[in-house]
Write a protein that binds this ligand. Structure first.
Ligand code: NCD
Length: 324
């Protein structure tokens, strides 16, 4: 039998996926184009490819996760990898092992890809410097969550046909949100106008330096927006009171039909989940079958993660040729 055709060159010229910051619009578009093929594949009866056959993927989640961990597991399995989910709560981490010792222990088992979520900003990058395999950041503290921004972008691009010249309002707890940060980097790189809409206590000081505009009123921030992206209050990252009460928060900052009227008539409603209904979003808009794309975001999540695993696996064959 002739040798199988060599894999196509990877559209992603790096060894790890640690963040969106610094990625070019072209690299982002390449990842989204590849993701499209995995949306189609995931809708087939046979959803499998052999891209990761023989490869080992370890998912290491130090923080809770539903969507992200499940979709990374599914993505790896659809590509033929052996996927291990390390239950940190039942691991030696609970016996005081440091992050780096855990990483070196796992590294000794020769994984090809580590998918890591950690509560501290920068922890995943630190880990990536100590291991031989590719590392994907599945969320590090309030820093970055690159695959979430990619899946959000794929959802928008499929619905509206483009990412440039759109007004995107990201609303809620910007201060503690890695989703906001990764989305800001991606959307600015691809030519969208980004607004952040939140009370002053939930906006990071440096945010206007990034090139976004800041609004402290929902109706003003949503005016003529194409996309309204809602975020959860990340109470696990808050020390002390950032909002007076949840009822008051919903009154001023929760997305409901009345506030949504300020946006474009067909504006899309997005949320990375988990949603807190009645806090940052009202059920009527969350479940609006025409405008809410929250379920679609979940579907795109699997496809985007397949694309990211695919490109990093292809790069493993040529580690010398890619930058970290
Ligand atoms: C987000 C996260 O973990 O940063 N969730 C997710 O991955 N879908 C957002 C959140 O927890 O609010």
């Amino acid at each position: 039998m002739p040798d199988p055709a060599p894999p196509a060159p990877s559209p992603y010229p790096h060894r790890h996926l640690l963040g969106i910051e610094g990625l070019s619009a072209q690299t982002i578009a390449g990842l989204l184009d590849l993701s499209e093929t995995y949306v189609e594949l995931s809708r087939q009866v046979d959803k499998k490819r052999a891209v990761m056959r023989g490869r080992t993927q370890i998912n290491l989640f130090f923080e809770t996760s539903t969507r992200t961990s499940t979709s990374f597991e599914l993505a790896g399995k659809r590509l033929g990898a052996d996927v291990i989910n390390m239950a940190v709560a039942r691991s030696a981490v609970q016996k005081g092992e440091t992050l780096l010792d855990t990483a070196l222990t796992l590294n000794a088992m020769h994984p090809d890809v580590l998918v890591v979520r950690h509560g501290d900003s920068g922890a995943v990058e630190l880990l990536s410097q100590k291991v031989d395999c590719a590392v994907i950041n599945a969320g590090d503290g309030a820093h970055e969550h690159p695959t979430q921004a990619l899946l959000d972008a794929l959802t928008i691009r499929r619905r509206l046909g483009r990412l440039d010249n759109l007004i995107v309002a990201i609303c809620g707890d910007i201060l503690h949100s890695r989703v906001a940060r990764s989305n800001i980097h991606l959307l600015l790189a691809t030519g969208a106008q980004v607004r952040v809409v939140a009370p002053p206590t939930l906006i990071p000081k440096f945010v206007d330096r990034l090139g976004v505009s800041v609004f402290h009123d929902m109706r003003e921030g949503l005016r003529d927006a194409d996309i309204v992206m809602m975020l959860r209050l990340q109470t696990e990252r808050m020390q002390g009171g950032f909002v007076p009460s949840l009822r008051e928060y919903f009154h001023f900052w929760g997305l409901d039909q009345a506030k949504l009227e300020a946006a474009k008539p067909n504006a899309l409603i997005m949320h990375p989940g988990p949603m807190n209904r009645g806090v940052e979003i009202d059920s009527v808009v969350a479940d609006d079958i025409n405008r809410s794309v929250i379920r679609e975001q979940v579907e795109m999540g699997v496809a985007v993660r397949m694309a990211c695993l695919d490109v990093l696996t292809r790069n493993l064959q040529d580690v010398g040729g890619v930058s970290p």
